[in-house]
Unconditional design. Sequence first.
Length: 118
Amino acid sequence: MSSEPLTVEDPEDRKILTLARTTRARTRAAEGASVRDRDGRTYAASTVDLPSLKLTALRLAVAMAVSSGATGLEAAAVSTDDDGVSEDDVAAVRDLAGAGVPILVADAQGTPRNRVAS
């Protein structure tokens, strides 16, 4: 991974990065995530860490998209302290959207650090 931040030019990608960051900040969760479906709708979620239910922010955002009728995704973003996302998170995006969907990984301030593909 490069030590220089990624440059994100697309305003729609910047929007999902902002949604991921603000959701994380608002809920004080370990992570925030946002996805954009093929119709341009966005879904934002934070980590769920309850004794009986644990979900990463990205998996929950994907689940929200699915439960709202989304049939695919254009992009995803995660605000996290980690350098990347787990293979299970990538698999959730791939299950809904197929291979090649960009997943932007940003820090708590929303600065993009990494980009992976489903």
